[in-house]
Ligand binder design. Sequence first.
Ligand SMILES: Cc1ncc(COP(=O)(O)O)c(C=O)c1O
Length: 463
Amino acid sequence: MKVSAHAVARMLGTWQEGPGPAHQRLSDRLRLLVLDGRLPLGSALPGERDLAAALSTSRTTVGAAYRTLVEQGYLATRARARATVRLPDEPPPARKSVAGPSAIDLSFAAPPAPVEILHSAFATALEQLPRHFERHGYDRYGIAELREAVAGWYRRRSLPTAPDHILITNGAQHALALLARTLLSPRDRVLIDHPTYPHAISTFTEARARLLAVALTPSGWDTAQLQEAARDANLAYLIPDFHNPTGLCMPTSTRAGLRLACPTIVDETMTDLALEGAAPEPFALHMPTAISVGSVSKSIWGGLRIGWIRATPSLLERVQQTRHATDLGTPVVEQLATAVLLNEHRTRRPGTLRRLRSQRDALCEALAEHLPEVRTRRPDGGFTLWATFPEPISSRLAAIAPDHGVTVAAGPRFGIGGAFERNIRLPYTLPPGRLTEAVDRLARARRALARGATGTHTPAPVA
Ligand SMILES: Cc1ncc(COP(=O)(O)O)c(C=O)c1O
């Protein structure tokens, strides 16, 4: 795949800023784009002259940056051909963490397992399992008990739902992949919030769709812009409830007024994580045609790998027909255990929400103390806070932070075209003491960056 000079320039964003010579800044930023997967392996970079013109810099600078990347093993060159992206044969030598061996992982926004309720739900599930032994166990819609339990979860939230409106999946991510395969053709346009959940971006990109990014404003969604963009889109994907990564929640008045001209997927995986007040209303109460995606990964535990789609039976019929290409159903014991947990209303546990609230507040306080220049908005729910630095340092900070004992997800992973270089996402799923320590380590990493240090760590997986 050839990547144009303008596409590379867009991804590089504000590479000119920062310490050190220009060719080094350029090679550092290009290397981060490779490590982050934004410049895919095997892709052919533009020629030196074209890139220099697109970046308004000298050909010497681009040539020196390319040579450094060849020496480091990130570019392969052949005579009369474009340089192609590769990875070094040997991974970079692991550097000793100055903060000691116990690195703090802030790249995952996921809760620890609620051990006791899981044990008891699985004990009940095992008792119920024999009644499934008479059947073959392959069920592309999910077992009846869980479809009814999920429908009940919607009905308790005032949205009439029958079990045949529910298809069980292996998590919300699987639901998105199935919907993308069912609803999209190559070159279709998908409207997304910007920023948004990174694996949704990969799902739609892999379906060879084009993304129409609608910026979230500091206070949330811009109805007019969404409606305008939806006129050109084949599909919309929104995260209205405690949006990942910003934590924003779409106000009822916006939901009530929103009219989108294309099929709309709403990802409601964070619904049960309201930290102030009641959980938001189901989006489909206001937009009955909405295709809702849900999951217990955030409200109970990601290891269950249970999610679902709520849609019309005719759409679910199409979805289950595409399913056999990748999987033939969801494990029965996990479904039974999840049905028990949903029927016992375990997705909104007061103790868990109380703990999350104090963790969120501890993270905000630690940021105010150790990184006072960072701007944030205290979220009313979900797991994540979106932090904004005064300068575009996010990818470089994420690459150096593990040297100081902490891993973070850089802002550009949540967007397209190299946006969000001033942001990082910080989850508050760890105890307050660990969060304070993590922010202190991050502040040390930031000071090291300011002194001109660079990091070589590959980006951690995110969720
Ligand atoms: C907005 C959003 N959607 C979907 C997922 C994937 O959830 P699951 O673990 O159910 O696949 C996540 C996980 O981080 C998420 O944040």
